[in-house]
Structures are given as C-alpha cells and as structure tokens.
Unconditional design. Sequence first.
Length: 187
Amino acid sequence: MSLTEVDWSVIPAPADDGKADHLVGQSLPDIVLPATNGEAVNLSDLSGISVLYVYPKTGRPDQDLPDGWNEIPGARGCTPQSCSFRDHAAELRTWGVTNLFGVSTQDTAYQSEAAARLNLPFCLLSDAEGVMGRALGLPGMQVHGTYLLKRLTMIAKDGVIVKVFYPVFPPDQDAENVVAWLRADAA
C-alpha cells in the first residue's frame, strides 16, 4: 500500500471537539507565512475565494512516522489529502478558487520536499512559528513533544472565513467535499 492508499476502516476517525466552531466569520489574520515557492503570503491580502487546508505532518518515504501515528485520531492522511487537492486543483479553479494552500507547522524546507515529490501545483505554507494557529485559535495536538495543528479546511471569501470542514475524515476526500460545497454555494 502506498503513502496515498490507506485503509480508513482501520484508522480511528477524529471526533468533532467543537474547537473550530468559532472560525466562520473570522477574517484571515494580517500575518505573513513563508511559501514553498520562496515567496511570502500575507493571509489578510488574499482576495477572491481561498482554500486553506491545514494538516498535522506530511510523512516522507525515507523517514518513519512517529510511534503510534496511525492510532492518533486525525493524524494519518496528510499525503492523501495533499494529493486530493492536487488532483482537484483545476476543478477548484473552475469553481472560482483563486488561492489554494496547504498549511502545517513543518518548516518550509521540509514542505518543499513534499511539494516537489507530490507534484503539487500550489504552495504549502509554513506555520512553524505557530502565528496562524494562535491568531485563529486553531485546534492542535501534542505528539511526542511536538505541537501539530489538527486537520481542517477553511474556505474564505475576500479574506473572511465562510466555511470550515472539521474534522476532516477521510482526508483523501477533502477536496471532493470542498468542490461539492462550492458547487452548492454557487447554485
């Protein structure tokens, strides 16, 4: 089984703990995050429809995942989630998405390897300093002494969050769920 093929029936689904309920209606904060293309993105400058999918930690084929990773509800699935957005990027654009980003607490160098390996047609943003997580009050978790963001997806229109998917499970269907919401919202 590859990194993108997961038997979700054996992975514990995350529960909705209510820690993302406050996000709809919030403005994207005036913070700058480094992107895998070498640029910096100020979230408050994003106009049009923006999709930001947040994930805990992308694995690498040459490194083991943390012990017990598959048993942590919501931890497994970052690569399938990114590949889902990769595979639906063109369709998302047809539904008006002008900005698509993945966000994690991993540093840009680590994210750049994943973006290249997965052939992502969009940038990953690093919140390694936790500024976005703190500014928006995003849910997180401690894994072996490392703070990681919990998986969620936000849709913003002209900088205001209008929809949040949380929890996201299974992660490989996240982009399809976003497309379905955009389609229904446009109707």
